[in-house]
Write a protein that binds this ligand. Structure first.
Ligand code: BDR
Ligand code: CA
Length: 348
């Protein structure tokens, strides 16, 4: 069954892999890719989105430029996590594709009005564009089929402050407005929230990269090791594997340098997989709000699981999943795409 999507990203290494996953998925119909400032500035995010579309030989998918800064807060970016251009050590050719004439918020609004009830929104960056779109069209939550977002941390430490997750911490006001706008929808249409509690169980290891390269028919075997020199780069015959590997190597080094092991959390690809098939996870309904004032806790997501606030639910928080099954699926899809685009017999 076709899943029609607006994808809003701050590309980003794991956003990149979310895009690859969707472009590798025949059931995903991407209407528009919205770029927002987050991991890197918005112009770089947009350039990355266009470059990945080129590498995947994608059709004419709209890429919009979105917010260059959060609603209220000054912009923070995180090149130490995602590399100087947001794609780790990968160096993608600059695309000659054009950005859309309309901005991201306008695209959100016009598309949901054109196709009411048909579109799944997937947000894997700060929620600035979506909040801006909802200010223009307050009915947007009811015009969407479903919203899936990566963001927040509940019974789990933060990754930006001790209690806050990056996408919410960058633009807490936007996240707060989005959660408020989705209050009271029917339970089966509540926004799906993929928070750190679950996305930090989605651990990519070097073996996953080796398996994906093998699935793509790439040579030589793609063996990333923690003991490699930091100047090591992929020489995979398959360009998609090569760029993917160079991007993820950087992310693994970042996780290692922050005492999380030589692995990479695949937050955004997991949210993309949930957008295509919500049955890969279980959910717990809650009322979620965002702390905006705390001197220590600004940007923290708070979930009322027990109805203490006496406010309607506004989130279906992803609770459990099968990470091994997720990686089998991701390797199969992205590896097949790489093999199809760059067949082994044509490699140079
Ligand atoms: C989120 O923050 C970003 O750095 C990642 O791309 C992901 O969307 C995880 O907290
Ligand atoms: Ca992201």
């Amino acid at each position: 069954m076709t899943v029609t999507l607006i994808v809003d990203v701050d590309t980003g290494i794991d956003d990149s892999l979310a895009l690859l996953y969707l472009l590798a998925s025949p059931e995903a119909e991407i209407l528009s890719i919205a770029s927002t400032a987050g991991n890197v500035p918005v112009n770089q995010v947009a350039a990355n989105n266009l470059a990945w579309l080129d590498l995947c030989d994608a059709g004419d998918i709209e890429v919009t430029l979105g917010a260059s800064a959060p609603l209220v807060a000054p912009l923070m970016t995180t090149e130490d996590t995602h590399g100087p251009q947001g794609i780790g050590y990968a160096e993608l050719p600059i695309s000659s594709r054009q950005l859309s004439d309309r901005d991201a918020a306008t695209a959100w609004v016009e598309l949901v009005r054109e196709r009411p009830g048909a579109i799944t929104g997937l947000v894997t960056g700060p929620l600035t564009n979506l909040a801006t779109a909802i200010r223009i069209e307050p009915e947007l939550p009811r015009l969407l089929k479903r919203l899936v977002l990566m963001g927040g941390a509940f019974q789990h430490p933060g990754n930006t402050t001790p209690t806050s997750e990056w996408n919410v911490a960058v633009d807490p006001e936007a996240a707060s407005e989005v959660f408020a706008a989705f209050s009271g929808l029917p339970e089966d249409r509540l926004p799906i929230v993929c928070a750190l509690d679950i996305t930090e169980t989605i651990e990519m290891y070097p073996d996953h990269i080796a398996r994906l390269a093998e699935r793509a028919g790439s040579v030589p075997p793609e063996l990333i090791s923690e003991s490699d020199l930091s100047t090591t780069r992929s020489n995979a015959s398959n360009p998609l594997v090569r760029h993917f590997s160079d991007a993820v190597r950087f992310y693994m080094e970042f996780h290692r340098d922050h005492d999380q092991g030589f692995l990479a959390h695949m937050h955004d690809p997991f949210a993309a997989a949930v957008a295509l098939d919500p049955t890969i996870a279980t959910y717990r309904a809650a009322t979620v709000d965002v702390e905006l004032d705390g001197t220590l806790t600004r940007g923290t997501t708070v979930a009322d699981w027990r109805g203490m606030w006496a406010r309607p639910h506004n989130a279906a928080v992803a609770a459990t999943t099968d990470p091994a099954a997720f990686f089998d699926d991701l390797i199969d899809r992205v590896g097949s795409l790489a093999a199809r685009l760059y067949p082994p017999h044509t490699r140079s």
